[in-house]
Design a protein around this ligand. Sequence first.
Ligand SMILES: C[S@@+](CC[C@H](N)C(=O)[O-])C[C@H]1O[C@@H](n2cnc3c(N)ncnc32)[C@H](O)[C@@H]1O
Length: 242
Amino acid sequence: MRVSFDRAAEFYDRTRGPPKHAMKQLVRTFATELQSYGNIIDIGVGTGRFAKPLQNHALEIIGIDIAKKMLEKAMAKGVKNLIRGDACFLPFKDKTFDACICIHLLHLLSDWKLALHEICRVTKDTMLSIIYTTQNPVQRAYSQILGDYGYKRNRLGKGEWELKDLIKPLKSIFAATFDNDADSLLIHLSERAYSGQWTIPADINQKAVVELKRRFSGKTFPAELRVLVWQIDDLKEYLQHS
Ligand SMILES: C[S@@+](CC[C@H](N)C(=O)[O-])C[C@H]1O[C@@H](n2cnc3c(N)ncnc32)[C@H](O)[C@@H]1O
């Protein structure tokens, strides 16, 4: 089962956080963690949100994604070394890469374990991702309201926040804090910008957003971002026993 992001290519960068200053700190944290690695793969590279600034830090990044239109956006930004392919069938030999970046991909895949298996096959040392450690009350209320209407956000696999509980990361590194602005999020939710919303009927979504606006308009919420680092050996061990 796949979720195609071709439909998101036009609005992806506009609707994804964090704000610029937090993104800079996040990229700096990645660059520091990855500086000793020769070659790195960004799996589910998307529009190159991370690959582009990391390539600017002189890191050797190869990006792979299944969605042609996302890759076209990345290419238009000048992201180098892009390949179209499926995370579940990576077109690389064993241990081709020293490290892997995998951000907001595994929750999209029903066969997320197969993708994780592939990551472990092609990567020697570590897998990096990001996590918001603070719960966003707007997102929480949105899920709750959808539930009241009998709907659920579509998630086929495991997100980073679930993965960290299944497999303990070697490191969880503080990267940035910022104020999450409810009004921007409400606009993006009303546009159904997030993949988890794509199976929610438009009228139900609008009803939920009206209720959220009533509760949260004009508010901000603190957010914290961390970079998670897993050892490939720990991921392999989990796969062997699950
Ligand atoms: C939520 S976006 C994240 C993009 C990027 N990592 C970022 O953080 O901006 C998920 C990306 O994974 C890609 N994707 C989904 N399923 C995939 C698969 N089976 N193989 C490779 N990429 C996939 C989508 O096309 C999309 O570009």
